[in-house]
Design a protein around this ligand. Structure first.
Ligand code: NAD
Ligand code: WQD
Length: 339
């Protein structure tokens, strides 16, 4: 199949392209490089030995987007393109609504016009808000605590309405838990701008000496050791989940929603210690106040994806840390580290 990957130069997109190539799909990318660089795609081509056709503009640009559909026969779209920083979304909600919601609506309009009605959409466990209990299955009540999360929830609802109005659409909504790690080659990985918001990239930068110590946001949660528990999933497992989702799309099975997680929760301190084992160093940390909007525990019940997509995560926490560490040490400045 020919797959249009929006946001394909980003963290999850770049890893997904490699799995798509392995499964013999043709890949076309549209990305405005607002949170990524072309270097990631160059390295993807180097890893998979295949070319990626790249369009450098925003999915908000309807005319240019139509041009892609005019010149290429697209079978399915995998839609990663979005802004994703929770704190920034609180400060600049309109920036998030414009890019994430209007971008998605524009994309869906163009798809509809060209009669391409297959889409895999990147949602997030953030749509479960503060869940009543764990593990979380797909039927849990949805709620959100910040504008970023609200854009994901709204986009899920938009997709449901689109499907209700026209059931020729095939839609797979994937709710990712916490993606971490990097490709085994150490050539592609997560390359956050400035000081990382997320735990694993922050720990990696402490380990490589760029940051002094980890601030553990709260040690008084009702969890194994008082620190927050999350379902960290290796980005390559997550990437492969998209290949599985494409098989579901070709079954013409309407709209389906899946959690992509491992089903196992790790606390902040457990994650820190796993990373220490991977990098062979003791890492400094201090306990800090809770971060606003954080919850105690969040981990998936991933059984539906196993049952219906024949997909499950196979890489453990040790592998996530080893791979994140390899990427970090080989590329201390991310893609700016050069060749
Ligand atoms: P990322 O920022 O690395 O990748 C997103 C890519 O989209 C970037 O390359 C960026 O330049 C591009 N982009 C943004 N707006 C665009 C636009 N209007 N037009 C074209 N390109 C645009 O993020 P990621 O971690 O790879 O996340 C991919 C998707 O998965 C996002 O939708 C994100 O919300 C979702 N998600 C991420 C996580 C996570 O923790 N990383 C968790 C759950 C869901
Ligand atoms: C994990 C744990 C923190 C940093 C976020 C988004 C979510 C999704 C994934 C996109 C928590 C603790 C963190 C630090 C810490 N993204 N922590 N010190 O908050 O589960 O999810 O990313 O959809 O929407 O909200 O991930 O990595 O930020 O935090 O103690 O410096 O690590 O309190 O318990 P989170 P995270």
């Amino acid at each position: 199949m020919t797959i249009l990957v929006t946001g394909g130069a980003g963290y999850i997109g770049s890893h997904t392209i490699i799995e798509l190539h392995k499964a013999n799909h043709e890949v076309i990318v549209v990305d405005d490089l607002s949170n990524s660089s072309k270097e990631s795609l160059k390295r993807v081509e180097e890893i998979s030995g295949k070319q990626v056709k790249f369009y450098n503009f925003s999915v908000l640009n309807k005319d240019k987007l139509k041009g892609i559909f005019k010149t290429n026969k697209i079978d399915t779209v995998i839609h990663f393109a979005a802004f994703k920083a929770v704190g920034e979304s609180v400060a600049f909600p309109l920036k998030y609504y414009h890019n994430n919601i209007s971008g998605t609506v524009t994309l869906l309009e163009v798809m509809s016009e060209f009669n391409v009605k297959n889409i895999v959409f990147s949602s997030s466990a953030t749509v479960y808000g503060d869940p009543a209990r764990v593990p979380i299955d797909e039927s849990f009540a949805l709620s959100v605590t910040n504008p970023y999360g609200r854009t994901k929830l709204m986009m899920e609802e938009i997709l449901q309405d689109v499907y209700r109005a026209d059931n020729k659409w095939n839609i797979v909504i994937l709710r990712y838990f916490n993606p971490v790690g990097a490709h085994k080659s150490g050539r592609i990985g997560e390359d956050p701008n400035g000081i990382p918001n997320n735990l694993m990239p922050f720990i990696s930068q402490v380990a490589v000496g760029k940051l002094k110590e980890l601030a553990v946001f709260g040690d008084d949660y009702n969890t194994v050791d008082g620190t927050g528990v999350r379902d960290y999933i290796h980005v390559v497992d997550l990437a492969y989940g998209h290949v599985s989702a494409l098989k579901k799309i070709t079954d013409n099975s309407g709209l389906n929603i899946y959690n992509l997680g491992t089903g196992k929760g790790y606390s902040v301190l457990e994650t820190l210690h796993a990373f220490e084992a991977a990098c062979g160093k003791k890492l400094k940390y201090k306990v800090a106040p809770r971060r606003a909007g954080d919850i105690a525990s969040c981990y998936a019940l991933p059984d539906k994806a196993k049952r219906e997509l024949d997909w499950q995560a196979t890489r453990n926490m040790e592998e996530m840390c080893i791979d994140a560490w390899r990427w970090q040490t080989n590329n201390p400045e991310g893609y700016k580290s050069g060749k």
